[in-house]
Design a protein around this ligand. Structure first.
Ligand SMILES: [Mn+2]
Length: 353
């Protein structure tokens, strides 16, 4: 086990972060670009955009993703060229001049790269919009008000020299993918005026937003509708339909021809029902070691004039060995699925009374 080297973290402005990257000599080793495991659109888009502009500045870059990466995300222009570490084997990583980590500052989200990062914290720059990180890199720029890390990367790369051509492909579509995915395609409460302004800039730079939506969001596998049907068949409401619970057994996945990755978005479906304030989706998983575990995903609606008392599902997830955000959180339990459903039902009853 590599011991973490202790560093004093300097909070950088985006200009200082841009200067730090621009000033990294190409002959000192590569700039290694990393993000969290199972990258989403924001994580992958940021790595893609930053790699492209640093390449144009003549830097030696070494982007590296820890998979799996969804097939939909791999349709993003340039994404298929990014190396993906799938088997968790981090051997052969270079001695970096710089490590840049985007969209996370949490050791637990680095997968098999955690020791590599801990051994090089003295030359690591983190750009992130989450508050929950435990890494202590030499340099960081953390802005929890940013709707997506892509907004921070967009502002950083504008501060690089013109040769970085930060408005040229594949950068605009990569940043748009990040911004759109973290704001729920501009529907979530984190969709700020700055998010819309950046989206407008990126569309002016040539992003075909309708084509991106089609490739990223309308790209499910054929097993998905069968899995949705099984989840909806399990739907159970608490009294007054204020919360909804769905569950999927291992055999549901097998019979639908679906995988756990296909559950993406299913938890949101009952939120379409007016009185429903919160939802949970429980899924049986056998990829966590010997025992079958049950993953619990929670979602809740934001407060509205009609329903001012929104449910904080992070507090609910804490009852299931998990956590997250007020609107989206998750946990897990070793209870058998029917017992887990009852426990979540009771947790909703307790929280909504
Ligand atoms: Mn993000």
């Amino acid at each position: 086990m590599t011991r973490a080297c202790s560093t004093l973290t300097a909070d950088l402005t985006l200009q200082a972060a841009a200067d730090l990257l621009e000033g990294t000599p190409a002959d000192a080793g590569p700039i290694v670009l990393l993000t969290h495991t199972k990258p989403d659109g924001d994580a992958l888009g940021c790595v893609l955009a930053l790699t492209a502009v640093l390449d144009r500045l003549g830097k030696a870059t070494r982007p590296l993703l820890v998979g799996p990466v969804s097939g939909a995300l791999l349709t993003l222009p340039g994404a298929a060229d990014l190396p993906v570490l799938t088997n968790g084997d981090p051997h052969g990583l270079p001695e970096p001049a710089r490590i840049v980590i985007v969209d996370t500052a949490a050791s637990s989200q680095l997968g098999s790269l955690v020791e590599y990062v801990h051994a090089h914290l003295d030359r690591t720059l983190v750009i992130d919009h989450h508050l929950s990180g435990d890494l202590a890199p030499a340099h960081q720029h953390i802005d929890p008000d940013a709707p997506a890390c892509a907004l921070l990367i967009a502002q950083l790369i504008r501060r690089l020299p013109r040769e970085a051509a930060s408005d040229q492909p594949p950068v605009p579509s990569a940043l748009y993918a990040g911004l759109a995915s973290d704001t729920g395609w501009f529907r979530f409460s984190n969709t700020t005026p700055a998010a819309f302004r950046l989206a407008a800039d990126l569309i002016e730079q040539g992003v075909d937003h309708a084509a991106l939506f089609c490739d990223l969001e309308q790209n499910e596998r054929p097993g998905k509708p069968a899995l949705i049907a099984r989840a909806l068949a399990s739907l159970r409401y608490t009294p007054g339909s204020r919360a909804a619970i769905m569950s999927l057994r291992l055999e549901d996945f097998a019979q639908a021809g679906a995988t756990p990755a296909d559950t993406e978005g299913i938890v949101n479906l009952p939120l379409d029902v007016g009185p429903v304030q919160a939802t949970a989706l429980l899924t049986e998983r056998d990829d966590d070691g010997d025992a079958i575990t049950v993953r619990v995903s929670f979602r809740s609606k934001p407060p509205t004039p009609a329903h001012p008392d929104a449910l904080d599902v992070a507090a609910l997830a804490a009852r299931f060995d998990g956590g997250g955000h007020a609107r989206a959180a998750g946990g897990r339990t070793l209870l058998a699925l029917p017992d887990a459903v009852d426990a979540v039902y009771q947790a909703f009853i307790d929280a909504l009374c």
